[in-house]
Design a protein around this ligand. Structure first.
Ligand SMILES: O=C(O)CCC(=O)N[C@@H](C(=O)O)c1ccccc1
Length: 367
């Protein structure tokens, strides 16, 4: 396909409630949407970069800038490009995986809408619905946490993930276990601990958790391997895994036994599938992480989560977990599952009226 132009659209999406993690509290998402226009079709994608470089080095203004100055010109200069060609064309540009992921995904969406194939079918999905977990932020008190978890379980979520940090870890996990019995339960530290905390973290072994996610720094596979020897709870990596090469290194070092795959973090859905395939070949479970996506990113994530190696419920929650109103028809839980979009491409379209209301800026980059 020839790209005739790319639209960079920023939208303001207030969260239904503050979402606190070990690295900060989100009240609203400043989202960068990408629309790629070709003669055959147009494609949509969501860049998962946050407003500030707190989860990873990328941030939304930086992603828009690197797209505007370097990535989009590299793509619109090509006479023909498809999703596989995007990675090749952008390879000389170092890093910026979330920005690359958004452009690749928008091209893939356009390509698949033109051919009439769904993301799920293209990626190799084996299911038509996926079981859904939910991520629960750090709260001000145990009663507030228990109320929140109670509500999510009542909505049908099949797995609870608790954000933890030093000072908010063993007690909330114990309280949830005591109140809700053997619900599927895991924790996410977002790199808030060091190896000196390993004896303390071993206290989590008493609670039968599915995993502890990203306990240590994102750039330290060796220390994660040492921690994994000291815990019974399986170690899962998120921020540490930005590519299939990282996943291979983590597996060979025994730094983790589970991987959270976020397509935006790893540079797109093609690399996400490579990581899935590598992990499946090595008996490592994967699940689909989330970055508080709108329905645009959520649709593609649900398709990915339907691949056979995604054997653990992901952070693929209903739209209402984060947004009072989504920019697409809302994803709604059905018996603890989300249905995989079956239409061409990502299978959903933004509602133009809603999009207009939440748009804070639109920029057209002509090919
Ligand atoms: O359900 C979701 O989309 C969010 C899941 C979640 O907890 N995301 C976390 C994470 O570290 O995985 C996150 C929160 C805020 C910003 C970035 C990442």
């Amino acid at each position: 396909m020839k790209i005739t132009g790319v639209e960079l659209r920023r939208i303001a999406m207030p969260l239904v409630a503050p979402f606190r993690t070990s690295f900060g509290t989100e009240h609203s998402r400043d989202v960068l949407l990408v629309r790629v226009v070709t003669p055959e079709a147009e494609g949509w994608a969501e860049c998962v970069a946050m407003g500030e470089p707190l989860y990873s080095p990328e941030y939304v203004d930086g992603a828009a800038d690197v797209m505007r100055r370097f990535m989009v010109p590299a793509l619109t200069a090509l006479q023909h490009v498809d999703a596989y060609g995007v990675g090749q064309a952008l390879e000389p540009l170092k890093g910026h995986r979330m920005a690359k992921a958004a452009l690749e995904t928008a091209v893939l969406d356009a390509q698949l809408r033109a051919s009439g194939e769904s993301f799920a079918r293209f990626l190799g999905a084996s299911r038509e619905a996926v079981p859904c977990g939910v991520s629960v932020g750090i709260m001000n008190s145990i009663p507030e946490l228990l109320d929140a978890v109670d509500g999510y379980i009542a909505e049908g979520y099949v797995r609870i993930k608790l954000k933890i940090e030093p000072g908010w870890d063993l007690e909330p996990v114990r309280a949830v276990r005591e109140r809700f019995g053997d619900v599927l339960l895991q924790v996410d530290a977002n790199a808030a601990y060091t190896l000196t905390d390993s004896a303390h973290l071993a206290g989590l072994d008493a609670f039968g958790l599915l995993l502890i996610e990203q306990p240590l720094a994102d750039d330290d596979l060796v220390q994660h391997a040492e921690l994994a020897k000291r815990l019974r709870t399986p170690v899962c990596l998120d921020e540490s895994i930005e590519s299939a090469a990282h996943a291979a290194a983590a597996i060979s070092l025994k730094a983790c036994s589970v991987i959270n795959i976020k397509p935006g973090r790893v540079g797109g859905y093609l690399e996400a599938r490579r990581i899935h395939d590598l992990c499946r070949a090595n008996g490592v479970a994967v699940w689909c992480g989330g970055m508080l996506e709108t329905g645009i990113g959520r649709a593609a994530n649900v398709a990915l989560a339907a691949l056979p190696g995604f054997t653990l419920p992901g952070d693929t929650s209903a739209s209402r977990r984060y947004f009072a109103r989504d920019v697409t028809p809302p994803f709604e839980l059905r018996d603890g599952h989300l249905d995989v979009p079956a239409g061409p491409g990502i299978g959903v379209d933004p509602d133009p009226a809603v999009l207009d209301e939440v748009t804070t800026s639109v920029e057209w980059l002509a090919g």
